[in-house]
Design a protein around this ligand. Structure first.
Ligand code: FAD
Ligand code: MG
Length: 343
């Protein structure tokens, strides 16, 4: 190209470079669409870059489909029918989720068990009447809790007499999977979905930096730490939102140890699981809250495929090596030194 031709082509080259830059979202940030909804008893917010309202409508419709199908309180939904009739034909969502739930139950030796609902009810966590059930009642209800008595065959599920299922410990994580898939297939460049503290990130942030996800302070106000990470789900379980204080001054939380029939007391304030499969992260965070720090770390060593951030009752923070350098303590925990969980 001679000098004159280059001179003429220069504006075109500069324009093409600007457009390429803008396309990557680094020059003009992509259009940001936001929606806040209430579903599954929690506030849900979706922020998507490079999306239009139709994608958010699709997300809202999916959430309402999942809630109607999977909630224990939606009479015509699969789980409510299963609990009432002790058998039900399964929708694809319910079948996938029941399979996933049972698989996590097997892997965690029953620390995660969706048949724990009779006990969740007895402790009053499904109503406003929290109570400490008498020992005899707990012993009687424990006989109804056993994921091995849930049968799944030819698209139908069956429960044993008196049993009840509750997907509260896994379904919000699955909703994160479903919404992430919708956003991805609509071609959004980046999105973040917050399902009441369960966070799902899609793509890379428009400014090219890591997503920054806050983990709530499980022992007070504000946050305990910030996690800087890429695409995927960050899901936390704890006893700091649904709990009551007994007359004995003890805190009783909504996560029940299926071994004892009592609120989990494994010495943890919260467990955060980060990974690619939202349903699995959700179920594991609930299971680890029951199992405690040592057993959760052993599970991670054996199975891997996810990262862990554990906050213990003695206010220590532990993290697996993959996320350890990206955990920034904050608020009341700002002076806490994070410990790395050895491989
Ligand atoms: P997680 O740790 O993920 O789960 C804890 C929940 O799982 C407990 O609340 C209990 O339900 C169950 N659980 C307890 N112990 C175990 C265990 N060992 N293994 C497996 N599961 C266990 N709440 C309302 O108050 N009203 C509603 O109408 C309502 N509708 C919902 C509909 C859907 C589809 C979903 C997914 C949730 C809904 N919820 C509702 C909230 C639900 O009842 C749970 O309280 C909530 O899902 C807890 O989630 P989490 O992330 O805080 O805790
Ligand atoms: Mg969970």
């Amino acid at each position: 190209m001679n000098g004159r031709k280059l001179y003429l082509a220069l504006p075109v080259i500069i324009l093409a470079a600007l457009l390429a830059f803008a396309h990557r979202g680094r020059f003009f940030p992509p259009r940001e669409a936001e929606r806040t909804l209430f579903a599954m008893d929690t506030v849900i917010s979706i922020t998507a870059y490079g999306a239009d309202d139709a994608v958010l409508d699709e997300c809202a419709a999916a959430l309402s489909r999942l809630e109607n199908d999977l909630s224990v309180t939606k009479e015509s939904g699969t789980i409510a029918r299963l609990n009432r009739d002790k058998q039900a034909e399964l929708t694809p969502d319910a079948e996938l989720l029941l399979k996933e739930a049972i698989s996590v139950s097997k892997m965690t030796g029953g620390a995660f068990d969706i048949s724990v609902r009779p006990l969740v009810k007895a402790w009053g966590f499904t109503s406003d009447e929290r109570r400490i059930p008498p020992d005899a009642e707990i012993e009687r209800l424990l006989k109804l809790v056993d994921y091995r008595k849930i049968s799944l065959e030819n698209g139908r599920a069956k429960l044993g007499a008196g049993m009840e299922a509750d997907l509260g410990g896994i379904a919000k994580g699955y909703a994160g999977d479903v919404l992430s898939a919708i956003l991805r297939s609509a071609g959004v460049s980046a999105a973040v979905v917050n399902l009441g503290g369960n966070v799902s990130c899609v793509g890379a942030k428009p400014d090219g930096k890591s997503w920054r996800i806050a983990v709530k302070n499980p022992a007070g106000d504000g946050i305990a730490c910030i996690l800087e990470k890429g695409e995927g789900h960050v899901i936390t379980s704890g006893a700091y939102e649904r709990f009551f204080t007994g007359e004995d001054g003890k805190i009783y939380g909504h996560i029940i140890d299926p071994g004892t029939g009592r609120p989990a007391g494994s010495g943890l304030l919260s467990v955060t699981v980060a990974g690619k499969n939202g349903a699995m992260c959700d179920a594991l965070s609930t299971a680890f809250f029951v199992m405690g720090a040592g057993a959760a770390a052993d599970f991670w060593r054996e199975h891997g495929g996810f990262e862990l951030v554990i906050i213990t009752k003695d206010r220590k923070i532990f993290a697996t090596p993959g996320i350890f350098p990206h955990v920034v303590p904050a608020g009341d925990f700002a002076s806490v030194k994070v410990s790395e969980i050895p491989r």
